[in-house]
Design a protein around this ligand. Sequence first.
Ligand code: ADP
Length: 265
Amino acid sequence: MVTSTNILIVLLAFLLLCCVGWLILRQEKTLRLLRLQEEEKQNRFAIFSHRLRTPLTSIKWYVEMIQGNSFGTLTIAQKELLHKMENGVNDVIDLLNHFLEYAQGGFERLVSEPEAIDVTASIVQVLHALSLQAEQRHHHLIGPIGSEHAVVLIDPFLFHSIIDILISNAIFYTPDGGTISIEITMDKRYVTIAVHDTGIGIPQDEQQLIFRQFYRGRNAKHMHTQGNGLGLFYIKRLLERIGGTLRFDSTPKKGSTFYLQLPRA
Ligand code: ADP
């Protein structure tokens, strides 16, 4: 027998079904929109990288022409400089290719596919790429010294980027003629890489702020006008995801040491 209670229950069930259906459809739509946005971001990365690659390839081509003596015979010093220039351009092209690869495959890959990395060899590579900058500032680069056989578990591109940011900062924030040294130590579980400089240091009242997004120390802005206050922020966030840490000791006008700690392979 159909009672008014039964009708009410059916009506309520129907209303509930409509609500659930509506929620599912809305969720679907949001997911589709997010997917579209993600695709659009990847396309923009792709266009941006391709556009950057064109002038870089031209520079590489001109360098090769000069190296081939197309514009007269070169001295040994000129050849050496051109070789460094060529390496620099190749590094940027590599970086762009990596960037594009990660943008397409998702930046999640930076923390989800670690590899065993030879710490000393990777640091030597970064130092090599930064040697010209250090030379221009008359800095003395020392190292890497310490544990020669340290191996860590991390994405190679991420490791390279972290070391590059730490050593570049040491170069930028050290007055000309300073010393930058890199030391590797390890215990049973971790490898620690210390990047030490004799630079401007970080004012005491700003030390808790430098890992914030876009934060730049007041003494740092005039030393390196093109900084953006993003490097340390991103490093710290990514390291947290892979069981690594970054900390520092700093004394204003004396120098800083950044300690990067990573799990051993
Ligand atoms: P950026 O160097 O582009 O400003 P970072 O995130 O790499 O961005 O660094 C944030 C801030 O931390 C810098 O602006 C500077 O104030 C401070 N800092 C980082 N490394 C050093 C260093 N080696 N010596 C002194 N200050 C540093």
